[in-house]
Design a protein around this ligand. Structure first.
Ligand code: UGA
Length: 437
């Protein structure tokens, strides 16, 4: 008999996981406390932008393998419950807010059937899984809890969930591992590496991976700072070190740094948890990683100031990109939006363009001016900033663009534009970590 699965929390992670599990043939029921989300998802609509997800979700709803509910009692006959709720940064601190994870556990503990497995996927401070397991068993002694961290990237969520590069399961016994092997049978058959770990290690794998990625980005951004001081070119440097297979060429794109709902808050929560454990020295470097990252935003603002004779008052600044990265409408801790807001606060007249994130950006920064058209955004501009590397920005014709602006100055905050092309069209081209031409 096929397993029946529930997914608790239908945000980014949960909605994707639910749709993907249904597409693998399971009967899946998604649970959320927000009625508006349930209504949208039940109609096959995704409340955020993620390539391929809406199509997949809609198909699974129509196949009747996937349903959504606000009533926790609808989950009673599920064999496996995935907890996929968010763990944002606490207000006024750097630790993770576990309110939603704790609430999810309390809800599911009351309805879980004998022999069922609760599986945490949310990113949590190490030690959380054990506490949750103890609490679950206290309420419902014949159930069990495992941890199964998620490594999906926004923009590639479906692909990463259907074809993960590894599966990590934190378990306390063979039975829990066997159940998870049934859930991921298709992936196992396809040869996806399977790592069995204890609960704390499985929680740590996730934050260690995100710490590594954040460190890699800040390393190249630190090199960009040195390149600027020494007259080097960080894009050439990245290419050259990336040929070493031990280093690898991915995640070495220098620019305005990392944002989003994961990397920034995860490294901060990791520092907070390490301090509680008395291991703060071990991850002290992450503070530097965070600082290098935030400094990149200031460095670009400095470049703008330099080009506008140190006076932003009344200057027209056009910003291309608001999302924290391309192929996403997520603006959480977006470097692009942060820069836009700071430049506006310094007196400039800022117009921001983004193909997908305007609605979310508007909610976060209602005082900023947004535009749906690239040409309109560039019109009469004193300086253009390229801050999220959407493909459509690489397709802009610099000759046409020059005719629209007042001053042909562009700063490439993502090192993703073709510098030669822009120079040939007569633009002043600036970029982080590269000698200015
Ligand atoms: C990240 C991880 O990559 C996922 O593996 C993880 O599952 C996820 O967090 C999570 O914890 O849920 P995501 O936040 O979607 O995924 O975004 P990334 O692709 O990692 O990019 C993060 C930020 O780094 C973006 O702002 C991006 O623009 C920036 N970045 C990335 C750079 O500045 N340079 C690079 O070379 C790469």
């Amino acid at each position: 008999m096929t397993l029946k699965l529930s997914v608790i929390g239908t945000g980014y992670l949960g909605a994707t996981h639910a749709a993907c599990m249904a597409s693998m043939g399971f009967q899946v029921i998604g649970f959320d406390t927000e009625q508006s989300k349930i209504d949208l998802l039940s109609k096959g609509k995704v409340p955020f932008y993620e390539p391929d997800l809406e199509e997949l979700l809609d198909k699974q709803i129509k196949s009747r393998r996937l349903t959504f509910t606000k009533d926790i009692n609808d989950l009673t006959d599920c064999d496996v419950h995935f907890i996929c709720v968010g763990t944002p940064q606490v207000k006024g601190g750097i630790a993770a807010d576990l309110t939603y994870v704790n609430a999810a556990l309390e809800s599911v503990a009351k309805i879980v059937k004998i022999g069922a497995l609760v599986v945490g996927k949310s990113t949590v401070p190490v030690g959380t899984a054990e506490k949750l397991r103890n609490r679950l068993i206290e309420i419902n002694p014949k159930s069990d809890l495992a941890w199964n961290p998620e490594f999906l990237r926004e923009g590639f969520a479906v692909e990463d969930t259907l074809k993960p590069n590894r599966l990590v399961v934190g378990v306390t016994n063979d039975n829990a591992e066997e159940i998870l092997k049934k859930v991921y049978a298709i992936n196992l058959k396809e040869g996806t590496p399977w790592v069995r770990a204890d609960l704390p290690t499985s929680e740590l794998v996730k934050v260690a991976a995100n710490s590594f990625l954040a460190t890699k980005i800040s390393l190249i951004n630190a090199m960009a700072e040195v390149c600027e001081a020494a007259g080097g070119d960080v894009t050439v440097l990245a290419k050259a070190i990336g040929y070493d297979p031990r280093i690898g060429n991915r995640f070495l794109q220098a620019g305005i740094g990392f944002g989003g709902g994961c990397l920034p808050k995860d490294i901060r929560a990791f520092m907070a948890r390490a301090e509680e454990l008395g291991a703060q020295q071990a991850v002290k470097f992450l503070k530097e990683i965070d600082e290098i990252n935030l400094r990149a935003r200031q460095r670009i603002i400095e470049l703008v100031r330099k080009d506008l004779a140190n006076n932003l008052q009344g200057k027209k600044v056009s910003i291309l990109g608001a999302a924290f990265k391309p192929d996403s409408d997520d603006v959480r801790d977006s470097p692009a939006l942060d820069i836009a807001a700071q430049i506006q606060a310094a007196g400039a007249i800022v117009t921001v363009h983004d193909p997908k994130a305007i609605e979310n950006a508007q909610k976060r920064f209602p005082a900023l001016k947004f535009s749906e058209g690239i040409n309109e955004t560039l019109q009469g501009s004193n300086i253009v900033l390229h801050l999220t590397e959407w493909k459509i920005y690489r397709e802009i014709d610099p000759v046409n663009a020059k005719a629209l602006v007042q001053n042909a100055i562009i700063i490439d905050g993502r090192n993703a534009l073709d510098r030669e092309l822009w120079l040939k069209a007569g633009w002043k081209f600036r970029a982080l970590g590269r000698t200015h031409v």
